[in-house]
Design a protein around this ligand. Structure first.
Ligand code: HPA
Length: 264
């Protein structure tokens, strides 16, 4: 069985052939994950799904226990994580409703517990390419197989939230090379690397980022509505992955901790 973690996917029950296989509520040394892990079997894959913001969407981005969520996946034997998240579009080519497979990322968060190694060990993982190149290829193939349109690449800038950005901040992020903005990529992606789990990030553009379209207020409601519209794309990608993924991993993620300890 290939164990795949899914963060933020909902409505998987309606994928043809998918079988619900029970849920597991875990406790970890870092506290409780955001929700139980719900297991779904399809082909050779077992998908463990967690709601990043909790089942009732009451955990804001800066309060998510990212360490517990990723550690829980590790305890379950997950080797790959694919996330489905909402972003604001900075790149004008990203229309509302587009799906974008992130290519790289910038961290503008602060004050979040961002490592499994806070004392006793000093770990510096490589994050040159934050996303697993092999898993990215698999996600692209899965989308192609099922006819889901997916933009390949683009830089995700992660803010601390929970407020939306100012127009001036978005202008600055654009000048820095960011294509989309969200609040949840960090420290999730670097913790996955510390856990030696492959990670790829699919993002639905729910709104033009602040000041990108005509001057107007952003609302959480429009983000929620546009996010729900992308569920079909997510289902297609997950269904395609179940046909494509192989047990073995040829990437470097599985050995990410090798040479990463600075301890004397
Ligand atoms: N900014 C930050 N996070 C977001 C946005 C946004 O405009 N849209 C969806 N998540």
């Amino acid at each position: 069985m290939i164990k795949v973690g899914i963060i933020g996917g909902s409505g998987l029950e309606s994928i043809d052939g998918m079988v619900f296989d029970g849920e597991t509520a875990l406790d970890t040394p870092f506290g409780a994950p955001s929700s139980p892990y719900r297991a779904y079997g399809l082909g050779d894959c077992l998908f463990y799904v967690i709601s990043r913001h909790g089942d009732r969407h009451v955990i804001p981005p800066h309060s998510v226990n990212y360490r517990a969520n990723i550690y829980g996946f590790k305890l379950l034997g997950v080797t790959r994580i694919v996330t489905f998240s909402a972003v604001g579009g900075i790149n004008p080519a990203y229309g509302t409703g587009s799906l974008v497979l992130a290519g790289n990322a910038i961290d503008f968060t602060g004050g979040r517990a961002n490592s499994f190694y806070d004392e006793g060990s000093c770990v510096h993982v490589d994050l040159t390419c934050p996303f697993c190149p092999d898993l990215r290829e698999d996600v692209k193939k899965a989308a192609g197989l099922k006819g889901a349109e997916l933009i390949d690449g683009g830089v995700y800038v992660c803010t601390n939230g929970p407020r939306f950005e100012t127009a001036a901040e978005i202008k600055m992020f654009a000048a820095m090379g960011a294509d989309m903005v969200g609040m949840t990529m960090f420290p999730e992606v670097s913790l996955a690397r510390e856990a030696e789990i492959c990670y790829a990030s699919v993002n639905v553009v729910t709104n033009p980022a602040a000041g990108v379209a005509a001057e107007r207020a952003l609302t959480a409601d429009e983000v929620t509505e546009a996010g729900a519209g992308a569920a079909e794309g997510a289902r297609n990608i997950i269904s395609g992955l179940s046909e494509i993924l192989k047990e073995e991993r040829g990437c470097r993620c599985k050995d990410a901790l090798k040479g990463s300890f600075a301890d004397k």
